[in-house]
Design a binder for this molecule. Sequence first.
Ligand code: ZN
Length: 140
Amino acid sequence: MLVPFHLSKLLLKYVDLIIFKKSMEQQTQVELKQKLEDERIKILKQLEGVGSKAEGAEDNFNAKFPEYGTSDEDNATEIADYTTNLSLEKNLEEKLRNIDSALKRIEEGAYGQCSNCQKEINIERLKIQPEADKCVECNV
Ligand SMILES: [Zn+2]
């Protein structure tokens, strides 16, 4: 294909733009992946504080039941702390699952796409919440 000179220049500029945009996106994705991996390690540590790993599963934890003593007061505190551990553990476990599925989406090349409407998720949203799998509109 023969392209007039002034057009070929324009074309090159356009190609440049596409390549530039792509590498920007890749750079952002690398950063977000790093963020997800750091967060994952942090959450695993927190999980080890409130729970113990269930056998056989990497992302399944059981909340710790504390042992303080046998008095009624001790038992009441045990139950109260167990309840706290339990809800913390559930929250952290859910976060961990979301992070894992975001990391999986990165590997599959589907990261940053809304799982509901398939539109691109706003990059600013991903920077704040890199594990998000829905756009703002679908998340309400
Ligand atoms: Zn959506």
